[in-house]
Design a protein around this ligand. Structure first.
Ligand SMILES: Nc1ncnc2c1ncn2[C@@H]1O[C@H](COP(=O)(O)OP(=O)(O)OP(=O)(O)O)[C@@H](O)[C@H]1O
Ligand SMILES: [Mg+2]
Length: 308
């Protein structure tokens, strides 16, 4: 469906993308997982022709994007990271505006717009001005707008950031339904849980490079980590946490009230960890051993956390 070869893009001295290669199959839901500034939006902007790469080639169904721009653009729908809606218009009016931009008119536009508003759970509010909508509802109109012209591939750039849990769940259900209907999608996120739940294949992106790619099982199998020790603590002492961080360099994530230690053999590592915690005067509230997550894989590959 989509092949991108050696995409590179710099903003002055900053290399936002270097030699990104992608090959997305028809019907695939591909997740691009990476922290802030990794290059997700830059990649999506380039793939959807909003931004020109410095180098590289893009093909949609074997046709070069730049040599067949208007034809390829019809295949593409984009849900941008920044919400692009007219606040003083209603949801219906916003969709009418976008539909007209895509060249859809009259009854066809009306029917399609109503069908999508229903699909996104917005029928009740469709005649209210967008400025009265929650962040999650606005995001849902954005998704509807991207689907108006029946695209064959849809890019969703972090569609669940900063929205309420109800809208987030609804968006997940919508994406799963679109996936089951065979729509090809590229989904960017910095939430590993979303990539794990939704995506057929995941590309991990950091500092403008895809550093690992595969199904969740493939990514797990290629890692030397097998398990994670999750340890909930209280009474944190700065010195104690520093000592632990020193001892388990590149293996330990420290959060506000819990630690995650990536491990190749959790049972063997646990006694020493408990001893070190006790020496550091950390009070242990709960310990459990879980199977490997993408967070640990990211830590292993980059030495840093997915979240700031
Ligand atoms: N228009 C621009 N001018 C200069 N630098 C830019 C511009 N757009 C992006 N960048 C830089 O390029 C890098 C990649 O940015 P990009 O927006 O693609 O990251 P991202 O993965 O989408 O991040 P986020 O999760 O914060 O949305 C960042 O270092 C960013 O600061
Ligand atoms: Mg972005």
């Amino acid at each position: 469906m989509l092949v991108a070869k050696n995409l590179s893009k710099s903003y002055k001295e900053l290399k936002a993308l270097s030699n990104v290669n992608l090959s997305i199959k028809k019907g695939e839901l591909y997740g691009m997982l990476g922290p802030n500034g990794a290059g997700k939006t830059t990649t999506i902007s380039i793939l959807s022709s909003l931004l020109k790469p410095d180098r590289g080639e893009i093909f949609y169904e074997d046709k070069s994007l730049y040599q067949n721009l208007s034809e390829c653009k019809k295949l593409i729908g984009v849900v941008p990271q920044e919400i692009a809606l007219y606040e003083d218009l209603t949801a219906s009016e916003n969709l009418n505006f976008w539909g007209t931009m895509y060249g859809i008119k009259g009854k066809k536009l009306q029917t399609k717009s109503d069908e999508l508003l229903e699909f996104l759970g917005l029928t009740d509010r469709k005649n209210h001005k967008v400025k009265t909508y929650s962040g999650g509802m606005k995001r849902r109109i954005n998704i509807a707008a991207a689907l108006l012209h029946d695209p064959k591939i849809v890019f969703m750039d972090e569609p669940t950031v900063g929205i309420d849990p109800q809208s987030r769940n609804l968006i997940f259900e919508v994406i799963e339904e679109l996936h089951s209907r065979g729509l090809t999608m590229i989904y960017t996120t910095h939430y590993m849980e979303e990539a794990e739940r939704l995506c057929d294949r995941i590309g991990i992106i950091d500092e403008g490079k895809i550093i690992a790619e595969g199904t969740l099982d493939e990514l797990k199998a290629s890692s030397s980590i097998k398990e994670e020790i999750h340890l909930k603590y209280s009474n944190p002492q700065k010195n104690g946490l520093e000592k632990l961080s020193e001892k388990y360099k590149g293996q330990l994530l420290i959060n506000k009230d819990h630690l995650i230690l990536s491990s190749s053999q959790a049972n063997a590592e646990l006694p020493e960890l408990i001893q070190l915690c006790s020496q550091s005067e950390l009070l242990l509230d709960k310990i459990d051993i879980r199977s490997l997550s993408l967070e640990s894989i990211f830590l292993e590959l980059t030495g840093k956390s997915l979240r700031d």
